[in-house]
Design a protein around this ligand. Sequence first.
Ligand SMILES: [Zn+2]
Length: 380
Amino acid sequence: MFRFLIFCQLFVISTYGYACKFSNVEFDTNFSGGRLAQCQQVSQDTFLLTLSPENTPINDSPWYSFKVIATQPQTVNIVMQVNDGKHRYQPKISRDGKHWQKQSFTLDNRKMRLSLTASSQATWISGQEIISNADYYHWGKNLADHQIVEQKVIGHSVQERPIYSLAATGKGKEWLVVLGRQHPPELTGALAMFPFTETLLGVSPLALRFRQRFNILVVPNLNPDGVYLGNWRHNANGVDLNRDWKNFQQPEPSAVNDYLTTLVADKQKIAMAVDFHSTHKDIFYSMPHDYGVENPQLVNFWLDALQQAIAGEYPDFQVIQKPGNNPNRGVFKQYIADKYQVHAITYEMGDDTDRGFIDKLAVKAANTLMTTMLATPRQD
Ligand SMILES: [Zn+2]
């Protein structure tokens, strides 16, 4: 076994830097979101895969996503370890890169083990579902094709990928801002952003009434480089974008800041902002109601309404709000509160929260937010 391992490490080094192709099995990361640091073959059907971040220090969120391809149908046993860290994401499996199921696994001593049947047809293994830059673009384009929003490029990432905005504009001057994907692996937040936004942009009487008064700006994917590279958290410069909303050293938050600055210079008004993320549980990080923002009770009223709205179907679910104030850290919600004196929240979904529930909660969150914002005094 030991000699075999040595042989494979030599083999790995000799293959043009493409470290994950063996004679019988290939681990392919050459797609948007694909990521693995290192692969070693430890026996004919067992492989040790190592995960490493884009740079350090970093929040411990080891992302992985790869396709397994075998020359002949065979069982592939995978042992996955994190360089200097522990696993966060439970593996998902897909045969087409679009439809995902939970993959059974064991975790002991920080090593994740799983087995699958591989063939010449790719099998995807991924920390969460994949939502690529192209997926965001086509989603926005479809909304724009139906004349619900205008899709625009408001800036470019470090690696010159476009940052798209979607804007629904009416006659009013007040804007609700929706932001997504600052942190690439936080897929459950992304999964909430889609139904949340679609509800705001829908044709319900409430949504139509809301858009008569409020404009909506959505920047669904702020970190397209990180999404493409399969980064754990940072942009292509190795910076956490949700710490850059103070000094604006990175092009991605700068693009949004410039856009909002232009809006306000044009006598428009930011009314509220929602930023989608994921963590180990469902939680809404808010600004304290006594922070000095307009409509101080807005978020309290909204989340109380959301609690009531979800209770019928999910009586055990508790809406958790955690107000907090992080001056000088460059967090988006703090920037909105400090610069525009209005509420903003970080909408966090749990990594393992049921996907159907994420959808239902997001629809109710959008509806109750619209009702709550419509009850505030008009600003124009
Ligand atoms: Zn996050």
